[in-house]
Design a protein around this ligand. Structure first.
Ligand SMILES: [Zn+2]
Length: 498
């Protein structure tokens, strides 16, 4: 029965192809039979983007071109006019590969919509990661506006193994208890299982799991190395203050990479480093020049966001972060905190913004040739940090156009080619993303470079960016004429090749 049904289905598909093929050539045949000069047979694309300023950081193309898209792929990049069933006039607009966000905690349709309106076509949860990769991918299959993917996370593994009450970040034994030998074995087993299921690497938040020993971290890196899986790490410690500072935190994970061979991606260098960020960037550059596979990222803001009950706000936070109560902002109400409200919210738990990153640190981190742009964003019912909805437009509008901290080409490389390359070894499908070339996936972001800007604020983070005109995922519009499109779910899973 199954066999017969399958044959009938393939016969129907074959007939459909035939009809489609006849339909495609029909207008040209009619023109010839009418005795008119036979036009050069012109391919008919699903979508054409005309007269855009096409910028491709891989080939360094920066010129006016027309792009033809069919079957979800870029089929033509041409100075000649192209015909398509849908045509976009991109005169005055930049056509870029779609932005790839390696650090996106918001993994539901609310977040995907805001990401798309900020130009993001692929949003990945790689820092915290997930506890059950198979289940996580299955939940999104066919239901996502943009491409999605996740690492297997050391934090969620520890939350489960240590029976921590936390759902996203630990607040009990997941943070504060050292692992026994059997718990260590169970953590390794869970990480390995996730990698076998196609997770994109191993996620770590060592500053949230402070009781995880240096040996435990090394053991997790060893599992990652076995699968050549990158480790996406929020390092232990923060800031400059000796001895428990971010320099030591970076030394720990650079050592783990040197010892085990697992590739390393250091998340949010500016918020981990604070005033030490230039020193951390120097260390990463030096490690690269000695042949270590290490990369990093930042977001373009002067404030952090995390859970107040997490280990980040254990005793000593004021000295470590160089801030005080007044620099903390409660996400649900927007209020600034005091000693009294800090103690109260620490008991109930919840999300807090920390105005801790100096502007010059944010700027030099965005401008550094070493960093990718990654948002670290999460919106929950419209509440959160503006980085969830504005990171990419903010880099393009504020740091490229207004402050001239970096060129447009360099900014786009940090949003497209660099993150794609970071994942190519574990996920070869990424070789077809982050580029505008024939055969690449038609994930495109088309924006107005004179207008693009973030509109989200710490008080109102659920604001769409402006100036993002059209966004395509696999050749399907998810944003058209600056409006999010409903009832389309072209997002595909980004998975490791196992
Ligand atoms: Zn983090």
């Amino acid at each position: 029965m199954i066999h017969r049904a399958g044959r009938r289905k393939s016969r129907i598909i074959a007939v459909c192809y035939l009809v489609a093929a006849l339909y495609a050539v029909a207008p040209i045949n009619f023109a010839s039979s009418a005795g008119e000069p036979s036009a050069e047979p012109q391919p008919q694309y699903d979508v054409v983007v005309l007269n855009g300023r096409v910028i491709d950081p891989e080939s360094r193309l920066d010129a006016i071109r027309n792009i033809g898209i069919s079957n979800g792929k870029i089929q033509a990049i041409s100075q000649k006019s192209l015909r398509g069933r849908t045509t976009v006039n991109a005169t005055g607009l930049v056509v870029s590969p779609g932005f790839i966000d390696l650090h996106s905690h918001g993994q539901d349709q609310e977040n995907y919509r805001f990401k798309a309106m900020d130009g993001v076509t692929t949003a990945l949860e790689l820092e915290v990661g997930v506890g059950d990769a198979e289940k996580w991918y299955a939940e999104r299959e066919g239901k996502a506006l943009i491409n999605y993917g996740a690492s297997i996370g050391h934090i969620p593994a520890r939350i489960t193994v240590m029976h921590d009450p936390g759902t996203f970040l630990p607040s009990g034994d997941g943070a504060h208890k050292a692992a026994s030998e059997s718990e260590l074995q169970e953590l390794k087993r869970r990480i390995e299982q996730g990698l076998k299921q196609g997770a994109l690497g191993v996620g770590f938040g060592i500053n949230y799991t402070e009781a995880a020993s240096h040996w435990e971290i090394l053991e997790m890196f060893r599992v990652a190395a076995k699968y050549r899986a990158p480790c996406f790490v929020h390092m232990r410690f923060a800031g400059l203050k000796e001895p428990a500072n971010s320099i030591r935190g970076l030394e720990e994970i650079l050592s783990a990479t040197a010892i085990t061979g697992a590739p390393l991606h250091v998340v949010h260098i500016s918020s981990s480093g604070l005033r030490a960020a230039p020193l951390l960037l120097q260390m990463i550059g030096e490690a690269q020049s000695r042949g270590l596979d290490v990369t990093t990222e930042c977001y373009p803001y002067t404030a952090t966001q995390t859970n107040i009950e997490s280990a980040i706000y254990d005793d000593g936070w004021k000295e470590a972060l160089g801030i005080d109560y007044k620099d903390l902002q409660w996400v649900l109400t927007g209020e600034r905190l005091t000693a009294e409200s800090f103690a109260r919210y620490r008991k109930t738990g919840g999300s807090v913004i920390g105005h801790a990153i100096p502007e010059e640190i944010a700027r030099l981190s965005v401008a550094s040739p070493l960093t990718m742009i990654a948002s670290d964003g999460l919106l929950q019912n419209g509440k959160g940090h503006p980085r969830a909805s504005g990171s990419y437009a903010r880099v393009l509008g504020r740091y490229v156009r207004e402050l001239k901290a970096l060129t447009l080409m360099d900014a786009l490389r940090k949003m497209t080619l660099m993150p794609a390359r970071r994942l190519e070894q574990i996920a070869p499908m990424m070789k077809n993303k982050g580029r505008i070339r024939i055969g690449a996936d038609a994930d495109l972001t088309i924006f107005n470079p004179a207008l693009v800007i973030d509109k989200s604020t710490f008080e109102e983070p659920a604001q769409y960016s402006e100036g993002i005109a059209h966004v395509l995922v696999g050749g399907v519009f998810v944003v058209k004429d600056s409006k999010p499109q409903a009832d389309v779910n072209p997002g595909r899973a980004i998975r490791g090749a196992r």
